[in-house]
Design a protein around this ligand. Structure first.
Ligand SMILES: *Cc1c(COP(=O)(O)O)cnc(C)c1O
Length: 401
Protein backbone atom coordinates (compact mmCIF):
# COMPACT_ATOMS: atom_id res chain seq x y z
CA UNK A 1 0.00 0.00 0.00
CA UNK A 2 1.52 3.31 -0.97
CA UNK A 3 -1.11 5.78 0.13
CA UNK A 4 -4.61 6.01 1.52
CA UNK A 5 -7.47 8.46 1.47
CA UNK A 6 -10.98 8.29 2.93
CA UNK A 7 -12.18 4.71 2.72
CA UNK A 8 -9.57 3.79 0.09
CA UNK A 9 -6.11 2.26 0.00
CA UNK A 10 -3.91 2.64 -3.06
CA UNK A 11 -1.70 -0.33 -3.88
CA UNK A 12 1.73 -0.19 -5.49
CA UNK A 13 0.07 -1.30 -8.74
CA UNK A 14 -1.90 1.95 -8.71
CA UNK A 15 -5.20 0.19 -7.98
CA UNK A 16 -7.47 1.73 -5.33
CA UNK A 17 -9.23 -0.74 -3.06
CA UNK A 18 -12.06 -0.06 -0.62
CA UNK A 19 -11.08 -0.70 3.00
CA UNK A 20 -14.33 -2.37 4.06
CA UNK A 21 -12.95 -3.56 7.42
CA UNK A 22 -11.43 -0.25 8.56
CA UNK A 23 -7.92 -1.77 8.52
CA UNK A 24 -8.71 -4.31 11.27
CA UNK A 25 -11.30 -2.12 12.94
CA UNK A 26 -9.02 0.80 13.82
CA UNK A 27 -9.91 3.45 11.26
CA UNK A 28 -12.96 5.55 12.11
CA UNK A 29 -13.00 8.86 10.14
CA UNK A 30 -11.23 7.65 6.99
CA UNK A 31 -7.54 7.27 6.14
CA UNK A 32 -5.08 10.17 6.25
CA UNK A 33 -7.77 12.48 7.61
CA UNK A 34 -6.29 16.01 7.38
CA UNK A 35 -7.51 17.16 10.80
CA UNK A 36 -5.83 14.25 12.60
CA UNK A 37 -2.73 14.41 10.39
CA UNK A 38 -2.33 18.12 11.20
CA UNK A 39 -2.76 17.55 14.96
CA UNK A 40 -0.03 14.88 14.94
CA UNK A 41 2.28 17.12 12.94
CA UNK A 42 1.81 20.05 15.33
CA UNK A 43 2.33 17.82 18.35
CA UNK A 44 5.51 16.36 16.82
CA UNK A 45 6.99 19.82 16.52
CA UNK A 46 6.07 20.74 20.09
CA UNK A 47 6.55 17.60 22.22
CA UNK A 48 6.98 14.20 20.63
CA UNK A 49 7.52 12.01 23.71
CA UNK A 50 8.29 12.38 27.40
CA UNK A 51 8.62 10.07 30.39
CA UNK A 52 5.13 9.62 31.88
CA UNK A 53 6.26 9.04 35.45
CA UNK A 54 6.47 12.13 37.60
CA UNK A 55 5.62 14.13 34.49
CA UNK A 56 2.48 14.64 32.50
CA UNK A 57 1.54 16.69 29.44
CA UNK A 58 -1.39 18.63 28.09
CA UNK A 59 -2.56 16.20 25.39
CA UNK A 60 -2.81 13.30 27.84
CA UNK A 61 -4.61 15.37 30.48
CA UNK A 62 -6.97 16.86 27.93
CA UNK A 63 -7.84 13.47 26.45
CA UNK A 64 -8.58 11.95 29.87
CA UNK A 65 -10.70 14.96 30.85
CA UNK A 66 -12.68 14.82 27.63
CA UNK A 67 -13.31 11.08 27.90
CA UNK A 68 -14.28 11.46 31.54
CA UNK A 69 -17.16 13.70 30.45
CA UNK A 70 -18.41 11.01 28.09
CA UNK A 71 -18.21 8.08 30.51
CA UNK A 72 -20.29 7.20 33.58
CA UNK A 73 -19.44 9.45 36.54
CA UNK A 74 -17.72 6.74 38.58
CA UNK A 75 -14.78 6.60 36.15
CA UNK A 76 -12.46 9.03 37.89
CA UNK A 77 -9.07 7.79 36.68
CA UNK A 78 -7.44 6.68 33.47
CA UNK A 79 -4.38 4.53 32.89
CA UNK A 80 -2.52 4.86 29.61
CA UNK A 81 -0.69 2.07 27.79
CA UNK A 82 0.18 1.03 24.25
CA UNK A 83 -2.53 -1.03 22.59
CA UNK A 84 -5.61 -3.15 23.18
CA UNK A 85 -3.75 -6.05 24.76
CA UNK A 86 -1.98 -3.83 27.29
CA UNK A 87 -5.23 -1.97 28.08
CA UNK A 88 -6.65 -5.41 28.97
CA UNK A 89 -3.56 -6.43 30.99
CA UNK A 90 -3.85 -3.22 33.00
CA UNK A 91 -7.55 -3.77 33.71
CA UNK A 92 -6.90 -7.35 34.79
CA UNK A 93 -3.94 -6.44 37.01
CA UNK A 94 -5.89 -3.60 38.65
CA UNK A 95 -8.82 -5.92 39.41
CA UNK A 96 -6.53 -8.57 40.91
CA UNK A 97 -4.42 -6.09 42.86
CA UNK A 98 -7.54 -4.44 44.28
CA UNK A 99 -8.26 -7.66 46.19
CA UNK A 100 -4.58 -8.18 47.02
CA UNK A 101 -4.31 -4.68 48.47
CA UNK A 102 -7.37 -5.32 50.63
CA UNK A 103 -5.77 -8.49 51.97
CA UNK A 104 -8.44 -10.73 50.41
CA UNK A 105 -6.73 -12.03 47.26
CA UNK A 106 -8.94 -13.65 44.64
CA UNK A 107 -7.82 -15.94 41.89
CA UNK A 108 -10.93 -16.72 39.90
CA UNK A 109 -11.64 -14.92 36.63
CA UNK A 110 -14.49 -15.27 34.16
CA UNK A 111 -14.80 -14.63 30.42
CA UNK A 112 -17.17 -15.45 27.58
CA UNK A 113 -16.65 -18.43 25.29
CA UNK A 114 -15.43 -17.17 21.89
CA UNK A 115 -14.17 -13.91 23.41
CA UNK A 116 -10.94 -12.31 22.26
CA UNK A 117 -8.96 -9.90 24.42
CA UNK A 118 -5.51 -9.73 22.83
CA UNK A 119 -2.32 -11.68 22.21
CA UNK A 120 -0.21 -11.11 25.34
CA UNK A 121 -0.31 -13.87 27.95
CA UNK A 122 -2.85 -12.37 30.30
CA UNK A 123 -5.09 -11.32 27.44
CA UNK A 124 -4.67 -14.74 25.78
CA UNK A 125 -5.60 -16.50 29.00
CA UNK A 126 -8.75 -14.39 29.24
CA UNK A 127 -9.75 -15.18 25.66
CA UNK A 128 -12.32 -17.89 25.07
CA UNK A 129 -11.44 -18.44 21.41
CA UNK A 130 -8.92 -21.24 21.73
CA UNK A 131 -7.75 -21.22 18.11
CA UNK A 132 -5.46 -18.22 18.74
CA UNK A 133 -3.50 -19.66 21.65
CA UNK A 134 -3.44 -23.43 21.39
CA UNK A 135 0.40 -23.78 21.35
CA UNK A 136 0.62 -21.83 24.65
CA UNK A 137 -2.16 -23.57 26.56
CA UNK A 138 0.26 -25.06 29.11
CA UNK A 139 1.60 -21.63 30.00
CA UNK A 140 -1.68 -19.82 30.46
CA UNK A 141 -3.64 -19.28 33.68
CA UNK A 142 -7.07 -20.74 34.22
CA UNK A 143 -10.21 -18.78 33.39
CA UNK A 144 -13.80 -19.95 33.80
CA UNK A 145 -15.73 -19.69 30.56
CA UNK A 146 -19.35 -18.60 30.30
CA UNK A 147 -21.60 -19.29 27.29
CA UNK A 148 -23.00 -16.33 25.38
CA UNK A 149 -26.54 -15.35 26.31
CA UNK A 150 -29.12 -17.15 24.18
CA UNK A 151 -31.78 -14.51 24.73
CA UNK A 152 -32.51 -11.27 26.60
CA UNK A 153 -32.89 -13.09 29.94
CA UNK A 154 -29.39 -14.60 29.68
CA UNK A 155 -30.40 -17.40 32.06
CA UNK A 156 -28.11 -19.87 30.29
CA UNK A 157 -25.13 -17.59 31.06
CA UNK A 158 -26.25 -16.84 34.62
CA UNK A 159 -26.59 -20.54 35.45
CA UNK A 160 -23.00 -21.20 34.46
CA UNK A 161 -21.74 -18.11 36.30
CA UNK A 162 -23.58 -19.29 39.41
CA UNK A 163 -21.82 -22.65 39.20
CA UNK A 164 -18.41 -21.02 38.72
CA UNK A 165 -18.94 -18.81 41.77
CA UNK A 166 -20.16 -21.62 44.01
CA UNK A 167 -16.81 -22.55 45.60
CA UNK A 168 -14.93 -19.23 45.61
CA UNK A 169 -15.57 -15.59 44.70
CA UNK A 170 -14.24 -14.25 41.40
CA UNK A 171 -12.22 -11.06 41.01
CA UNK A 172 -13.64 -10.08 37.65
CA UNK A 173 -15.39 -11.05 34.47
CA UNK A 174 -14.12 -9.53 31.22
CA UNK A 175 -16.72 -8.97 28.52
CA UNK A 176 -16.83 -7.51 25.02
CA UNK A 177 -20.05 -5.51 25.21
CA UNK A 178 -22.74 -6.35 22.57
CA UNK A 179 -20.34 -7.70 19.93
CA UNK A 180 -17.58 -10.32 20.24
CA UNK A 181 -15.17 -9.30 17.49
CA UNK A 182 -12.46 -11.81 16.63
CA UNK A 183 -14.60 -14.70 17.88
CA UNK A 184 -16.80 -14.19 14.80
CA UNK A 185 -18.82 -10.96 15.26
CA UNK A 186 -21.15 -12.73 17.68
CA UNK A 187 -23.84 -10.39 19.03
CA UNK A 188 -26.15 -10.15 22.02
CA UNK A 189 -28.55 -7.58 23.41
CA UNK A 190 -28.05 -4.76 25.93
CA UNK A 191 -30.70 -6.40 28.17
CA UNK A 192 -28.65 -9.60 28.31
CA UNK A 193 -25.59 -7.52 29.22
CA UNK A 194 -27.62 -5.75 31.94
CA UNK A 195 -28.75 -9.07 33.42
CA UNK A 196 -25.22 -10.46 33.56
CA UNK A 197 -23.59 -7.32 34.93
CA UNK A 198 -26.16 -6.83 37.68
CA UNK A 199 -25.83 -10.50 38.65
CA UNK A 200 -22.03 -10.13 38.90
CA UNK A 201 -22.27 -6.87 40.85
CA UNK A 202 -24.66 -8.42 43.37
CA UNK A 203 -21.92 -10.97 44.02
CA UNK A 204 -19.11 -8.44 44.31
CA UNK A 205 -17.43 -9.38 41.01
CA UNK A 206 -15.90 -6.56 38.96
CA UNK A 207 -16.90 -6.24 35.32
CA UNK A 208 -14.26 -5.30 32.75
CA UNK A 209 -15.78 -3.96 29.51
CA UNK A 210 -13.36 -4.60 26.67
CA UNK A 211 -14.44 -1.82 24.29
CA UNK A 212 -11.25 -2.08 22.23
CA UNK A 213 -13.27 -2.96 19.11
CA UNK A 214 -16.76 -1.71 20.04
CA UNK A 215 -15.62 1.76 21.18
CA UNK A 216 -15.75 4.97 19.18
CA UNK A 217 -18.98 4.65 17.28
CA UNK A 218 -18.88 1.09 15.94
CA UNK A 219 -22.08 -0.04 17.59
CA UNK A 220 -23.97 3.18 16.82
CA UNK A 221 -23.12 4.97 20.07
CA UNK A 222 -19.73 6.30 21.19
CA UNK A 223 -19.35 3.25 23.43
CA UNK A 224 -21.36 0.02 23.29
CA UNK A 225 -22.03 0.29 27.04
CA UNK A 226 -23.79 3.64 26.37
CA UNK A 227 -26.70 1.41 25.27
CA UNK A 228 -26.68 -0.47 28.58
CA UNK A 229 -28.08 0.64 31.93
CA UNK A 230 -25.65 -1.50 33.94
CA UNK A 231 -22.15 -0.02 33.87
CA UNK A 232 -18.76 -1.77 34.12
CA UNK A 233 -16.00 -1.09 36.68
CA UNK A 234 -13.10 -1.04 34.24
CA UNK A 235 -13.13 -0.17 30.55
CA UNK A 236 -10.48 -0.88 27.92
CA UNK A 237 -10.00 1.27 24.84
CA UNK A 238 -7.64 1.21 21.88
CA UNK A 239 -8.11 0.65 18.09
CA UNK A 240 -10.45 3.56 17.14
CA UNK A 241 -9.33 5.81 20.01
CA UNK A 242 -6.79 7.63 17.79
CA UNK A 243 -9.06 7.46 14.74
CA UNK A 244 -6.80 4.54 13.78
CA UNK A 245 -3.68 6.67 13.24
CA UNK A 246 -1.40 5.51 16.05
CA UNK A 247 -1.35 2.82 18.72
CA UNK A 248 -2.65 3.85 22.15
CA UNK A 249 -4.23 1.94 25.00
CA UNK A 250 -6.38 3.38 27.74
CA UNK A 251 -8.04 1.78 30.77
CA UNK A 252 -10.78 3.69 32.59
CA UNK A 253 -10.90 2.83 36.30
CA UNK A 254 -13.83 3.17 38.71
CA UNK A 255 -13.27 5.22 41.86
CA UNK A 256 -13.94 2.21 44.14
CA UNK A 257 -10.95 0.44 42.58
CA UNK A 258 -8.74 3.54 42.70
CA UNK A 259 -9.38 3.82 46.46
CA UNK A 260 -7.56 0.52 47.11
CA UNK A 261 -4.42 2.13 45.66
CA UNK A 262 -4.68 5.31 47.71
CA UNK A 263 -1.98 4.33 50.17
CA UNK A 264 1.54 5.23 51.28
CA UNK A 265 2.45 1.53 51.40
CA UNK A 266 4.82 1.08 48.48
CA UNK A 267 4.00 -2.63 48.25
CA UNK A 268 0.52 -1.64 47.21
CA UNK A 269 1.44 0.74 44.41
CA UNK A 270 0.46 -0.21 40.89
CA UNK A 271 3.93 -0.74 39.44
CA UNK A 272 3.03 -0.98 35.79
CA UNK A 273 4.27 1.20 32.95
CA UNK A 274 5.36 1.11 29.35
CA UNK A 275 8.13 3.16 27.72
CA UNK A 276 5.68 4.99 25.50
CA UNK A 277 2.88 5.36 28.02
CA UNK A 278 0.59 8.24 26.93
CA UNK A 279 2.74 9.05 23.91
CA UNK A 280 1.94 12.70 23.05
CA UNK A 281 1.53 12.02 19.30
CA UNK A 282 -1.02 9.29 19.98
CA UNK A 283 -2.83 11.49 22.50
CA UNK A 284 -2.91 14.37 19.99
CA UNK A 285 -4.40 12.04 17.38
CA UNK A 286 -7.00 10.86 19.91
CA UNK A 287 -7.95 14.45 20.78
CA UNK A 288 -8.30 15.31 17.09
CA UNK A 289 -10.43 12.21 16.56
CA UNK A 290 -12.67 13.30 19.46
CA UNK A 291 -13.05 16.72 17.76
CA UNK A 292 -14.51 14.85 14.80
CA UNK A 293 -16.84 12.87 17.07
CA UNK A 294 -18.11 16.25 18.28
CA UNK A 295 -19.26 17.08 14.75
CA UNK A 296 -22.83 16.25 13.79
CA UNK A 297 -21.68 14.94 10.41
CA UNK A 298 -19.87 11.99 12.02
CA UNK A 299 -23.03 10.89 13.84
CA UNK A 300 -25.11 11.45 10.72
CA UNK A 301 -22.74 9.11 8.87
CA UNK A 302 -22.79 6.45 11.59
CA UNK A 303 -26.60 6.52 11.59
CA UNK A 304 -26.63 6.42 7.78
CA UNK A 305 -24.44 3.28 7.70
CA UNK A 306 -26.62 1.72 10.37
CA UNK A 307 -29.81 2.34 8.35
CA UNK A 308 -28.26 1.17 5.09
CA UNK A 309 -27.01 -2.07 6.73
CA UNK A 310 -30.50 -2.55 8.06
CA UNK A 311 -32.02 -2.07 4.58
CA UNK A 312 -29.61 -4.62 3.17
CA UNK A 313 -30.52 -7.13 5.86
CA UNK A 314 -34.21 -6.69 5.11
CA UNK A 315 -33.97 -6.97 1.34
CA UNK A 316 -31.13 -9.46 0.86
CA UNK A 317 -32.44 -12.91 -0.07
CA UNK A 318 -29.59 -15.02 1.24
CA UNK A 319 -28.77 -18.40 -0.31
CA UNK A 320 -29.80 -21.22 2.06
CA UNK A 321 -26.15 -21.71 3.01
CA UNK A 322 -26.11 -18.40 4.88
CA UNK A 323 -27.04 -19.22 8.43
CA UNK A 324 -27.31 -15.78 9.88
CA UNK A 325 -27.25 -12.14 8.80
CA UNK A 326 -26.83 -9.94 11.84
CA UNK A 327 -26.02 -6.36 12.68
CA UNK A 328 -25.11 -4.09 15.55
CA UNK A 329 -24.68 -0.44 14.60
CA UNK A 330 -22.17 -0.11 11.75
CA UNK A 331 -21.15 -3.79 11.94
CA UNK A 332 -22.83 -6.18 9.50
CA UNK A 333 -21.98 -9.91 9.69
CA UNK A 334 -22.99 -12.91 7.59
CA UNK A 335 -22.32 -16.40 8.84
CA UNK A 336 -21.87 -18.95 6.07
CA UNK A 337 -22.27 -22.69 6.12
CA UNK A 338 -18.92 -24.51 6.26
CA UNK A 339 -17.89 -28.05 7.10
CA UNK A 340 -14.87 -26.55 8.83
CA UNK A 341 -16.75 -23.68 10.57
CA UNK A 342 -14.53 -21.44 12.70
CA UNK A 343 -11.65 -19.00 12.35
CA UNK A 344 -9.53 -21.40 10.29
CA UNK A 345 -12.31 -22.22 7.82
CA UNK A 346 -11.18 -22.36 4.20
CA UNK A 347 -14.15 -20.10 3.38
CA UNK A 348 -12.14 -17.16 4.77
CA UNK A 349 -9.29 -17.08 2.22
CA UNK A 350 -11.70 -17.99 -0.63
CA UNK A 351 -13.92 -15.01 0.11
CA UNK A 352 -10.94 -12.73 0.73
CA UNK A 353 -9.58 -13.49 -2.73
CA UNK A 354 -12.97 -13.13 -4.40
CA UNK A 355 -13.48 -9.65 -2.93
CA UNK A 356 -9.91 -8.52 -3.57
CA UNK A 357 -10.54 -9.26 -7.24
CA UNK A 358 -13.37 -6.74 -7.00
CA UNK A 359 -11.07 -4.19 -5.31
CA UNK A 360 -12.80 -4.57 -1.96
CA UNK A 361 -10.87 -5.49 1.17
CA UNK A 362 -13.07 -7.83 3.20
CA UNK A 363 -11.20 -10.24 5.44
CA UNK A 364 -13.61 -12.81 6.88
CA UNK A 365 -13.16 -14.40 10.28
CA UNK A 366 -13.24 -17.92 8.88
CA UNK A 367 -16.77 -18.55 7.68
CA UNK A 368 -18.05 -15.23 9.06
CA UNK A 369 -17.99 -12.42 6.54
CA UNK A 370 -18.36 -8.94 8.01
CA UNK A 371 -18.51 -5.39 6.73
CA UNK A 372 -17.27 -2.62 9.04
CA UNK A 373 -16.39 0.49 7.02
CA UNK A 374 -14.84 3.79 8.07
CA UNK A 375 -17.66 6.30 8.72
CA UNK A 376 -16.79 8.39 5.64
CA UNK A 377 -17.87 5.57 3.32
CA UNK A 378 -20.42 6.97 0.82
CA UNK A 379 -23.85 5.56 -0.04
CA UNK A 380 -22.52 4.70 -3.47
CA UNK A 381 -19.64 2.69 -1.95
CA UNK A 382 -22.02 0.95 0.48
CA UNK A 383 -24.20 -0.14 -2.47
CA UNK A 384 -21.14 -1.36 -4.31
CA UNK A 385 -20.16 -3.57 -1.37
CA UNK A 386 -23.71 -4.88 -0.75
CA UNK A 387 -24.10 -5.75 -4.45
CA UNK A 388 -20.73 -7.44 -4.56
CA UNK A 389 -21.47 -9.47 -1.42
CA UNK A 390 -24.73 -10.60 -2.98
CA UNK A 391 -23.09 -11.51 -6.28
CA UNK A 392 -20.07 -13.30 -4.77
CA UNK A 393 -22.17 -15.33 -2.32
CA UNK A 394 -24.74 -16.32 -4.93
CA UNK A 395 -21.94 -17.42 -7.23
CA UNK A 396 -20.08 -19.31 -4.51
CA UNK A 397 -23.10 -21.19 -3.29
CA UNK A 398 -24.57 -21.80 -6.72
CA UNK A 399 -21.28 -23.48 -7.70
CA UNK A 400 -21.23 -25.49 -4.52
CA UNK A 401 -24.63 -27.07 -5.08
C1 LIG B 1 -8.08 -6.10 18.86
C2 LIG B 1 -8.63 -6.39 20.20
C3 LIG B 1 -7.80 -6.47 21.32
C4 LIG B 1 -6.30 -6.39 21.22
O1 LIG B 1 -5.87 -5.15 20.76
P1 LIG B 1 -4.39 -5.01 20.14
O2 LIG B 1 -4.24 -3.54 19.92
O3 LIG B 1 -4.41 -5.78 18.86
O4 LIG B 1 -3.44 -5.55 21.13
C5 LIG B 1 -8.39 -6.66 22.56
N1 LIG B 1 -9.72 -6.78 22.69
C6 LIG B 1 -10.56 -6.70 21.63
C7 LIG B 1 -12.02 -6.81 21.85
C8 LIG B 1 -10.04 -6.53 20.35
O5 LIG B 1 -10.87 -6.51 19.30
Amino acid sequence: VQRAEGAYLQLESGAWILDAISSWWVNTHGHAHPHIAEAISQQARQLEQVIFAGFTHESAVRLAERLKQRLPEHFGRFFYSDDGSTAVEVALKLALQYFYNRGEPRKKLLAFEHSYHGDTFGAMSLSGEAVFHKPFQDHMFEVQLVPLPEDEQANNSLEVIERHLADAPAAAMIVEPLVLGAGGMKMYSPSAWNKIVSYLHERGVFVIADEVMTGFGRTGTLFATDQCTQKPDLMCFSKGITGGFLPLGLTAVADTIVEAFDTQDRDKFFLHGHSFTANPLACAAANASLDLFEQEETWFNIRRIELRHDDFRNTFQPPAAIHSVRQTGTILALELAADDAGYLSQRGPELYDAFMQENILLRPLGNTLYFMPPYVVTDHELDWVYNTIERVLNRMFANAS
